[in-house]
Structure formats: C-alpha cells, structure tokens
Ligand binder design. Structure first.
Ligand SMILES: Cc1cc2nc3c(=O)[nH]c(=O)nc-3n(C[C@H](O)[C@H](O)[C@H](O)COP(=O)(O)O)c2cc1C
Length: 204
C-alpha cells in the first residue's frame, strides 16, 4: 500500500484507548502523516488521560488541550473525531477505509470488541473492519494476562484482527526509548501496508 502523490491517499483509522503506550500512538500518527496517509483519529477518555500522563506529565490536562498537543506534530491530513460521533465515516462499512489500528489497545476495549459490543466510535470502527474483512491491527499492552484477556484476544484473532503486542525486541540493539518505540511502530506500519525504514530488519 505504498503512497505517492499520484495515488489516491491511503486512509487509516487510528483509535487510541487507555492502555499504557501513548508514545507509540504519537509516533504512529507522525509517521502515517509523513507518509501522506489521511488519518482519522479517535481517542477514548482514558486514552486521552494516558496521553496527558505519559506525553505531557499532566493527567488533568483538558481533553481539548491533550488532543491539540497530540496532533500538533502531525505533518498532513488528520481529522479528530469525538468517541460518540456516529456520523464519522469510520462508523460505516460504506466509507472507503484502507486499514484500522487501535494503538494502544486496552483490555477493556479488547473485552468490548470480543463481545461484539460498540460503546464508542473506536469499537464501531473496529467492528466495521472485522465485518468488512479489512485489516485491523490491535496493539494491546497489559501484563500479566488473565484467561479472560487471552480468550478475548483469541476471539479477535479468529475474527481476523492482527494482535500486535506492544512488545519491542532487543535484537536490533536499541540505544534509546525512541528506538524501542520505533520497533513497535515499524511492525504496525508493515501490517498497515505503509512503507517504512524506521527500524532495522533482520538479515539486512
Ligand atoms: C495511566 C494509565 C495507564 C493504564 N494502563 C493500562 C494498560 O496498560 N492496559 C490496560 O488494559 N489498561 C490500562 N489502564 C486502564 C484503562 O485505561 C481502563 O480500563 C479504561 O477503562 C480503558 O477504557 P478505553 O478502552 O475506553 O480506553 C490504564 C489507565 C491509566 C489511567
């Protein structure tokens, strides 16, 4: 799914939920927009609290301020949607969307999705991806996992989702937190079909 200025823009939905890992979401948004993708962003209330805590060191930042700061480094076309915005294109399978990613993905959202419930636009978009047989990448972060978590993840995997844990490798000899973040983001981009050279590839 390489993008060039002659191509129609690749359209990606980025859902951000309240698991630890806001730096992955920030880097993903930065690289997707650098790659000229059209990105629709929706963050849950807990997702924004984690963004405020992990990226800006202030859990009490308002929703609007956290979103404004989060999107200010995006390089291209980004539209932010409210979690209850059922009129967003991502709420329907009739809208053309190339891929969906929830990064980070909380266990609460895993449980909701596995039950087929849809309490917000993130759940709805993921459910649309599954029913339309489109690419859905989930980036969970929790440890250890209960059998409830594991069953939920297995259900989603069986339904077609890619479960891509926020679990960076160390074989590329990372020197910074940024290198660890890029390892996970690179694997996401590979799954989303976006060309990248963020992190070394084994054998190259
Ligand atoms: C700072 C912070 C870190 C959290 N980390 C995790 C986590 O790593 N994994 C997880 O599943 N939930 C985590 N939670 C709990 C979720 O945010 C909580 O279950 C929330 O209801 C998830 O809602 P959402 O899926 O709508 O975003 C964290 C919450 C906070 C405030």
């Amino acid at each position: 799914m390489a993008n060039s200025s002659d191509d129609v823009r690749v359209r990606i939905f980025l859902g951000i939920t309240g698991a630890s890992g806001a730096p992955y979401a920030a880097r993903l948004l930065e690289v997707l927009t650098e790659a000229d993708c059209e990105v629709g962003v929706c963050a849950s209330a807990a997702g924004l609290e984690v963004i405020a805590t992990e990226l800006y060191g202030d859990a009490r930042l308002s929703r609007d301020e956290a979103l404004a700061r989060f999107t200010e480094h995006a390089r291209g076309e980004v539209t932010v949607y409210d979690p209850q915005d059922w009129r967003a294109p991502y709420a329907s399978g009739s809208a053309k969307v190339d891929a969906y990613v929830i990064c980070p993905c909380s266990m609460s959202t895993v449980g909701t999705l596995a039950a087929g419930a849809m309490a917000n636009l993130i759940h709805r978009a993921a459910s649309v991806a599954l029913k339309e047989r489109r690419k859905l990448v989930l980036v969970p972060r929790e440890t250890p996992l209960s059998s409830i978590h594991l069953r939920g993840l297995a259900t989603l995997h069986e339904a077609g989702a890619v479960v891509l844990f926020a679990a960076p490798g160390f074989y590329h000899r990372p020197e910074s937190i940024g290198d660890l973040v890029d390892f996970v983001v690179a694997r996401c981009l590979d799954q989303l079909g976006v060309e990248n050279t963020l992190s070394g590839r084994w054998g190259e």
